[in-house]
Design a binder for this molecule. Structure first.
Ligand code: CS2
Length: 490
């Protein structure tokens, strides 16, 4: 069996679409930090479509932050990989050609700095997960307790983390008289452009206030809302890609057909025609971000913790239970109330479409994957809308329910023996092991940068949360679900 690569691509069967543009004629223009599954299904897909529509020097140099094998695999395949789009009715395969080559930040930091400092690079995109930036969300500045931040501040000439690489490259560009690139954060964080910009400026100021000022004056960091449900690759993904393309692809990835990208249009040094693949350019990304974080990601976290506490492996398994689906709909209804008006979107229709996406029988999205890093996800997905709901005197039992399940999940007494995957794992586990629901809540409330103070001081919130925690302490999970379902169905 031949492997995927520039030489094998011409002989692929019709079942696999291949790049319709001349890859060799397109130069590079983007460096992407965080070469994972989501990047492949989203930004690499959009950039491939943009070059198919309008050409341009927009190929991507993909940077894996820690895993050198990913970069090796990409280079062995000439940057090519198979994207499997799985709809309810079937699967299609497409070879994506937008990645030129790959590097690994940990093992090749100098090579990464070289490309970031090069004038041809006009855009830097990032998907390193919520915790991957080393930014303290309570202060907006760098998190000095983060080992990568501490190391990069101490050895700024040889950075390996996101902020260190970006700041050192900007310093080199400034010295060489090259304009800054545009930094486009593509992680699920509110106001992600402003968030990353503040972290970059704070990091730079710690090295030189002069550099910090230059960056503050000149660095464009548009916000963006990204969406495409993309499970981690499994052996099945690779086998299916082989079946449809006749070649072996170590990098094949599966995703849903749906995709969405809403971007603030602030790219002084240019950008690909991402709109050719349906990206929406707007001045108001914040409203879209809020909608997506609170509706899709919020209910995803709820599904993940329900699934984990009930021994359900995949999102689709949770959705197959009418009671659990009713709880998800109840959550969506309460979250929808907290959203600002958004003329471009019909929210009830968006919610119905979400339910269908979660139900997709061909997408094997593990609840354990979504359950990871809860302490980094809950604030924007659950706590922020809960606070808005309290301010509006709206219903909050859905948010309290999701929060209590997350806290219970942190106990670790779930069907899976996998250790808690969260940057605050030890603290969470300790807080979750308290003897009483009251002590458990008190322990969680002492965690830094997790619960907002306004939530902790709301007696309504604490009462609603304690009610669910007590229910969980007194009853088995299936009983808790049964009574919750009965209550919300009236
Ligand atoms: C998920 C997201 O893992 C998670 O936390 O909620 O990765 C989700 O699948 C994407 O944001 C969909 O766009």
């Amino acid at each position: 069996m031949t492997g995927l690569g520039a030489r094998s691509i011409a002989s692929l069967p019709d079942t696999a679409a291949t790049p319709s543009y001349d890859r060799a004629a397109c130069g590079v223009g983007i460096v992407h930090l965080g070469l994972g599954a989501f990047h492949k299904a989203h930004q690499a897909f959009y950039t491939d479509a943009a070059m198919a529509a309008q050409g341009g020097d927009w190929k991507i140099i993909g940077v894996s932050m820690r895993n050198a094998q990913i970069a090796t695999d990409f280079n062995a395949q000439d940057g090519l990989f198979t994207l499997l789009e799985k709809g309810v009715g079937g699967t299609s395969a497409q070879i994506i050609g937008s990645i030129d080559h790959a590097l690994c930040a940990r093992s090749q930091p100098e090579a990464v700095l070289d490309v970031l400092s090069d004038e041809t690079i006009r855009v830097v995109t990032t998907t390193v997960t919520e915790k991957g930036y080393g930014i303290d969300r309570a202060t907006g500045g760098v998190d000095l307790s983060n080992p990568v931040i501490a190391q990069d501040l101490a050895r700024a000439h040889a950075p390996v983390g996101v902020l260190g690489l970006i700041v050192t490259a900007l310093e080199r560009r400034r010295a060489a008289g090259i304009a800054p690139f545009t930094v486009l954060c593509c992680d699920n964080l509110p106001d992600n452009g402003a968030f990353l910009r503040a972290g970059i400026i704070d990091f730079a100021n710690r090295l030189s206030t002069d550099l910090g000022q230059w960056i503050a004056d000149s660095l464009p960091c548009p916000s963006s809302m990204v969406d495409r449900i993309t499970p981690a690759q499994t052996d099945d993904t690779r086998a299916l890609a082989q079946e449809l393309t006749g070649t072996d692809d170590a990098l094949a990835i599966e995703t849903e057909r749906f995709h969405q990208w809403v971007i603030e249009d602030n790219f002084p040094t240019g950008r690909p025609a991402w709109d050719a693949a349906g990206a929406i350019f707007t001045d108001d990304v914040a409203a879209f971000e809020k909608m997506k974080l609170r509706l899709l990601n919020g209910s995803h976290s709820l599904i993940a913790y329900m699934g984990q506490l009930l021994g359900k492996t995949y999102v689709r398994d949770v959705m197959a239970d009418p009671c659990l689906e009713a709880i998800v709909r109840h959550h969506l209804d309460q979250a929808a109330v907290t959203l600002p008006p958004l003329a471009a979107i019909d929210v009830p229709e968006y919610c119905n479409a979400l339910i269908e996406r979660f139900r997709n029988p061909n997408i094997a999205h593990e609840t354990l994957q979504i359950a990871a890093d809860g302490s980094e996800k809950m604030p924007q997905r659950i706590f922020a809308p809960a606070l808005d709901a309290i301010a509006m005197d709206g219903p909050i039992d859905g948010f309290a329910f999701a929060t209590a399940l997350w806290m219970w999940f942190c106990k670790g007494d779930v069907t899976s023996p996998t250790p808690l995957n969260d940057p605050r794992a030890d603290l969470l586990r300790k807080a979750a092991m308290a003897d009483t629901p009251e002590d458990m809540l008190a322990g969680f409330e002492t965690l830094q940068s997790v619960f907002p103070n306004d939530l902790i001081s709301s007696s309504r919130w604490r009462k609603a949360l304690l009610e669910v925690l007590k229910d969980l302490a007194d009853n088995p999970m299936d009983r808790v679900i049964e009574t919750t379902c009965r209550r919300i169905n009236g």
